[in-house]
Design a protein around this ligand. Structure first.
Ligand code: NAD
Length: 714
């Protein structure tokens, strides 16, 4: 006997004429509007339309802290780019909401928890919305974040409800509003505590039954907004300028949303919906949207990944940590822990450094209070979790000690030798080294299974990535414990097998290095930076050299160039600049001049230094610069993957997105290659093959291309 799937909707009567419709998708933590759920809701809406006995309807969710999370992203993420199909999908939503909007009695959506995307669009079809002040209540249209626009009337109904400026702001940024804010801006009628939500919805309906207000609310949603031509052009010029400043025009979705709002707002709803449908259809299944949806899923998966193959390994309990070294990184790492409730002792051999580190932490916490991200009480409680010391004995009771002393192998190893005399035998020791081999340093410790790398990025407060580096002998238990700890302090951990540069720097350096080779051949610093930002990087490689510090860049580049000599292309440029005392912004100049606090301006002194290193002076076009920067990054990423430095392509891509700001709309370097198609990539590489191994496809790339596959594509 075949089993009927459990329904997602339940209809019951609150009294003789008030109906309560509850959505509670079986077997799922979230309610999503996939095809099956939509089908059920269509049938339910038709049934409700025919009910002549009803005088009101309340719609709510049966899941605590969750209204409707939106459309089913799995369906959307795998949708082909087929505008015809997209229009059908949109029409289905439009028709359904139109039925709800024409029910012959007043309706209320009672919202608790996430009410996002299609969930809000559905709620906008109701006459009233009331929200609970539950901490998980968030209401918004985040579609532009996944490269789409709201397609079920969101661009039109929100505009008619809130006015075009506010609607454009919310939709283009994809930001959600908490219940109180939603009430303030008129997105919901009221915000009440959870336990009063249903009563409030009933009260609203009773009131509505006594007047015809609900009918005029409906009418307002059907009509044009009625802006004058000047108002219209001013509103949209401002919104457009804001979008362009934020996205540099690289994300089409917010611009498409603006188009739908601009063109639709002065038309009747039905006409506006057609314009929305056209804009939506262009975006579904487009490479950018698919990439952004893939990044969304990758983020979700990484948040749960235990970090090792054996999912049965349990992390050790970590109640308190120690941080060795109170410099830039150590103080950032200690602050990250105390902020998230984990007591930390910070230790430095130089008392003045310790003082400076603690002052930096206090300032950081104060900054969070000033900007409203922390209350004064929370900051005081965080600071109370911080201990300081100049002697190792303070680390004797720690579960994990993170070492962030000066980057010097001998100093680190000597410190471990002394430190392990006081540490508990089961304590984990993690090094924040940027470039020293974890496997090699592990030889100096008595329990290499309890030793690993924990590589934070600078500034720790802002950078979400932590690479957990496994040496040859690091145990699974140590890796999962550090993964769990990184997550507790709000970071995204990726487990990486030890190798020079680990994951991110190993892939970043071929790109940084190629920018120097291009300069050597006659490229212009600005042109190189511009090509990279046009590709979507947050800053160009020349600026990045400056910000990393030319000394550090030189040193790290040497480590990587000597580790991977077959594909190294050393230049003398950094040596010359460092010798000239140009070390980056702190020294007043690097490639660019930072005199008087400027953000990096062209400096005529640079040219004679470059001239000493130049091997030629040719014009290099944009396409070549872009290829030359990103192809060596790609071949290195493929090597990292084939060597098993990380376990899957998603980790390579996520490492670059979070570690160096690789543009999310490209989905990562490997997904970028897949979007081009590997045979096209191989063609591109052929053009530069003569430059050396870094432009030769790896075995893995050749094989995938021959089989018509991609890094992700089977
Ligand atoms: P830093 O120079 O700002 O701080 C190092 C601190 O360690 C100093 O306060 C110093 O007094 C202290 N110290 C040195 N030897 C010590 C010892 N034996 N015992 C106790 N304290 C000692 O350096 P940083 O930039 O914070 O870097 C620290 C580590 O983090 C390095 O391994 C570095 O490679 C790594 N790292 C740095 C960055 C970055 O961008 N700064 C990024 C990632 C990783």
């Amino acid at each position: 006997m075949s089993q009927h799937p459990q329904p997602a909707f339940r209809l019951e009567m609150l009294d003789s004429n008030l109906a309560l419709l509850t959505i509670d998708q079986p077997g799922s933590r979230a309610n999503t509007l996939g095809q099956a759920v939509l089908g059920e809701l269509e049938a339910m809406a038709a049934q409700l339309q025919a009910r002549r006995d009803l005088r009101g309807l309340i719609f709510r969710s049966g899941k605590p802290g969750m209204f409707i999370a939106g459309a089913d992203l799995r369906e959307l993420g795998s949708a082909p780019h087929d505008p015809g199909m997209a229009r059908k999908l949109v029409k289905r939503g439009h028709d359904l909401i139109a039925v709800i909007e024409s029910l012959p009695y007043p309706t209320v959506a009672a919202i608790e928890g996430a009410c996002m995307g299609g969930g809000l669009e559905l709620a906008l079809g109701f006459d009233y919305r009331v929200a609970s002040t539950h901490p998980k209540t968030e209401i918004g249209l985040p579609e532009t974040k996944i490269g789409l626009i709201p397609g079920w009337g969101g661009t039109q109904r929100l505009t008619r409800l809130l006015g075009p400026s506010l609607a454009a702001e919310m939709i283009c940024a994809g930001e959600a509003a908490k219940a109180d804010r939603a009430r303030q801006i008129g997105l919901v009628f009221d915000a009440v505590p959870s336990e009063r939500l249903l009563d409030e919805a009933v009260r609203l309906l009773r009131e509505a039954q006594r007047s015809d207000e609900w009918k005029s609310l409906r009418k307002r949603k059907q009509q044009p907004v009625g802006l004058s031509e000047e108002q219209q052009s001013f509103t949209f010029a401002v919104a457009r300028a804001q979008v362009m400043a934020k996205t540099r025009g690289q994300y089409p979705a917010p611009l498409a949303a603006l188009e739908a709002i601009t063109k639709g707002c002065n038309l009747p709803l039905e006409e506006g919906l057609k314009i929305e449908a056209e804009q939506f259809a262009k975006l579904v299944g487009s490479p950018i949207s698919r990439n952004l949806i893939a990044v969304f899923f990758l983020t979700q998966r990484l948040q749960k990944d235990p970090g090792v193959a054996d999912a049965g390994v349990e992390p050790k309990t970590v109640q308190q940590v120690g941080v060795l070294g109170a410099g830039t990184m150590g103080s950032g790492i200690a602050m990250a822990h105390i902020r998230r409730g984990i007591p930390a002792v910070i230790l430095d051999k130089v008392p003045a450094a310790l003082e400076k580190g603690v002052a930096g932490i206090s300032k950081g916490l104060l900054g969070r209070v000033t900007s409203g991200r922390m209350t004064p009480d929370e900051a005081a409680a965080a600071l109370a979790r911080l201990g300081t010391s100049t002697t190792f004995s303070a680390l004797a009771d720690r579960d994990v000690v993170i070492e962030a002393i000066t980057e010097n192998e001998e100093a680190k190893v000597n410190t471990y030798r002394l430190l392990q005399k006081v540490l508990r035998p089961d304590a984990i020791l993690a090094s924040n080294t940027s470039a020293i081999s974890i496997t090699r340093m592990a030889q100096a410790v008595e329990r290499p299974e309890n030793f690993a790398g924990m590589h934070f990025f600078n500034p720790v407060e802002r950078m979400p990535l932590v690479e957990v580096i496994r040496g040859d002998k690091t145990s699974d238990e140590t890796a999962v414990t550090l993964v769990a700890l990184a997550r507790r302090i709000g970071k995204t951990p990726i487990v990486v097998r030890d190798c020079p540069g680990f994951l991110v720097n190993r892939i970043l350096f071929p790109y940084l290095n190629e920018s120097l080779v291009l300069l050597q051949e006659g490229g212009e610093p600005r042109a190189i930076d511009k090509a990279a930002t046009a590709f979507g990087m947050p800053m160009g490689p020349i600026t990045l050299h400056d910000l990393v510090g030319l000394n550090t860049s030189l040193h790290a580049g040497n480590v990587i160039n000597s580790a991977f000599a077959d594909r190294a292309a050393p230049t003398r440029i950094l040596d010359e600049l460092v010798a000239a005392g140009r070390l980056g912004p702190d020294s007043g100049a690097g490639f660019y001049s930072y005199a008087k606090g400027s953000r990096g301006v062209d400096d005529p002194v640079l040219e004679p230094i470059l001239a000493k290193c130049r091997t030629g002076k040719r014009q290099i076009d944009n396409e070549e610069i872009t290829d030359r920067l990103f192809l060596p990054m790609l071949t290195e990423a493929s090597r990292v993957l084939s060597e098993g430095i990380v376990r899957e392509p998603g980790e390579v891509d996520m490492g670059l997105l979070l570690g160096i700001g690789f543009p999310p709309f490209r989905g990562g370097i490997l997904r970028w290659a897949d979007s081009l198609g590997l045979s096209k990539v191989l063609e591109k590489l052929k053009r530069y093959e003569h430059l050396g191994v870094r432009f030769q496809p790896t075995e893995q790339m050749r094989k995938l291309a021959a089989e018509g596959k991609g890094f992700y594509r089977e």
